[in-house]
Write a protein of this length. Structure first.
Length: 136
């Protein structure tokens, strides 16, 4: 294994990891709201926000949720579209439609083979027995 040396004075390239979205639990939100309520001196609230890495809009939103009594509203919400609820009847219908399409294709294939056999028997002058079809 070889080591690549960089020219003097040239820093190595640094790749920073992609930032991840922070999620706060309901207990963390309650703790921060209690600490924010205890801030009485000038600059304490700003220091709290800087220390926790928050914006004042976070506090405003969390306070509104707490005032409305949305205890569950303080828990982080899952992002993205809500999963679709699949009705078992829809799944059964789709399965049956696939089966019907498959059987229809097999029937068409079998009928084509029968037609070829009929034409071959006519060319070779082989008499075919009469068809007893009780369904007609």
């Amino acid at each position: 294994m070889s080591v690549v040396s960089l020219p003097a004075g040239r820093p190595a390239t640094e790749v920073t990891p992609k930032a991840k979205r922070r999620k706060f639990t309901a207990e963390e939100k309650r703790r921060i709201l209690r600490e924010a309520a205890a801030c009485t001196q000038r600059g304490e609230l700003g220091a709290l926000l800087r220390r926790e890495g928050l914006y004042s809009s976070h506090l405003m939103k969390w306070r509104e949720q707490a005032e409305r009594g949305e205890i569950a509203g303080l828990t982080p919400k899952k992002r993205g579209p809500e999963p679709k609820v699949i009705d078992p009847r829809d799944k059964q219908l789709a399965d049956q439609q696939r089966l019907i399409a498959k059987l229809t294709q097999r029937l068409e294939h079998a009928e084509a083979i029968i037609e070829v056999q009929k034409k071959l028997s006519q060319v070779l002058r082989i008499p075919l027995p009469p068809i007893n079809d009780e369904s007609e």
